[in-house]
Design a protein around this ligand. Structure first.
Ligand code: MTE
Length: 333
């Protein structure tokens, strides 16, 4: 039995609710049955190792490997990886929140072809010594790619386990050479209604923006993903570059980033702009603080029946709780 209070399992009442809930599930009962029928695979079953996670199909030859950043040698399961069942590729890429590509869960996969992740540049600026605009392939070549198997908990009350491929955000920020004034990081997604037709509707203020405190951004869990399940990141999951901060609600994981700006003051964030009483800047996963319209105590893992308990900081409390020492997490939600 599922909790009827959560938007994940409840039919949205009206358009307003649809707008104010990140990615309201517009036909949740049908989606729930479909998800439950699909199976999950364990991290261990993903090929007896992580080689599968670092290769694109057809990247087998030495020549292809040297030209292909996704063919770099894999690492064994690292200290930040969960050993929990990984959400299958088919589900992780067809049940998405990406409002620039539609409001329904199935829309982003359907409309992703309009998003062109190459050529693509990322502006690195603000409180840095060397502002610059860099091509995505150059940016990616600066860092060895790593696998990170992270839980992802959406504010709506569902979760997945995502095998990302990418690099630590801290490595990029260090390379940007922050000035002493840098205290926050602002991320900006692509603004282009031709590529992102959902931007023709003012359901949110475009472009989608997000932010982190600098010490959060420098935490080793904060990750920039360029791949998923060993393949280049699909458009619907935020190609070519998206953020993964697994101790925070999924809406912090901004997709299709074109600009990263270090700032001295706290940047604006899309969902806090849209509904400040419902979504805060911090958005740390917290089962003790309900959303004003539903409980956050439990979640539905996509592909599973029933619900499981949501853990403080999404199970990453040992690593990140010290970042918030002395802060009232009900106030800074
Ligand atoms: N990034 C952009 N640019 N636009 C969005 O609508 N949705 C967010 C986040 N990043 C969103 C976004 C939300 S609400 C969630 S839960 C996650 O992306 C979902 O990521 P996924 O589709 O890869 O599972």
């Amino acid at each position: 039995m599922t909790d009827p209070q959560t938007p994940d399992d409840a039919q949205p009442q009206d358009q307003q609710r649809r707008i104010l809930t990140p990615g309201s599930d517009l036909n949740p009962r049908r989606e729930f049955l479909r998800s439950a029928a699909l199976f999950t695979v364990t991290a261990g079953a993903l090929g007896g190792g992580l080689e599968l996670l670092t290769r694109r199909p057809g990247a087998g030859s030495a020549e292809a490997q040297s030209a292909d950043p996704f063919a770099r040698p894999a690492r064994p399961l690292g200290p930040y990886d969960t050993k929990e069942a990984v959400t299958p590729y088919g589900q992780a890429t067809t049940y998405n929140n990406f409002y620039e590509l539609g409001l329904d869960k199935a829309d982003p996969a359907r409309l992703a072809a309009s998003l062109k992740p190459r050529p693509w540049t990322v502006r690195l600026d603000g409180e840095v010594r060397k502002p610059q605009t860099v091509d995505i392939d150059t940016l990616q070549s600066w860092f060895p790619l790593e696998n990170r198997i992270y839980r992802m908990r959406c504010v709506e009350g569902w979760s997945m386990v995502m095998p990302w491929l990418g690099f630590p955000l801290a490595a990029l920020i260090r390379r940007m050479e922050p000035t002493s004034k840098a205290k926050y990081v602002q991320f900006t997604a692509l603004l282009d209604p031709k590529q992102l037709p959902g931007q023709r509707q003012a359901v949110l203020k475009w472009p989608y923006v997000e932010g982190l405190r600098l010490d959060e951004a420098l935490h080793p869990l904060a990750f920039m993903a360029v791949g998923l399940h060993g393949r280049v990141l699909p458009g619907q999951n935020g190609a070519p570059l998206r953020l993964a901060v697994p101790w925070k609600y999924g809406f912090k994981g901004i997709k299709s980033i074109v600009r990263i700006t270090l700032t001295s003051t706290q940047p604006q964030t899309t969902w806090a702009l849209a509904a400040p009483s419902e979504y805060g800047f911090y958005a740390n996963v917290n089962p003790a603080v309900p959303h004003p319209r539903w409980s956050q105590a439990t979640e539905r893992r996509i592909g599973e029946l029933g619900r499981r308990k949501t853990l403080p900081f999404n199970g990453y409390a040992d690593q990140v709780a010290s970042l918030y020492k002395g802060m009232d997490l009900r106030k800074y939600f």
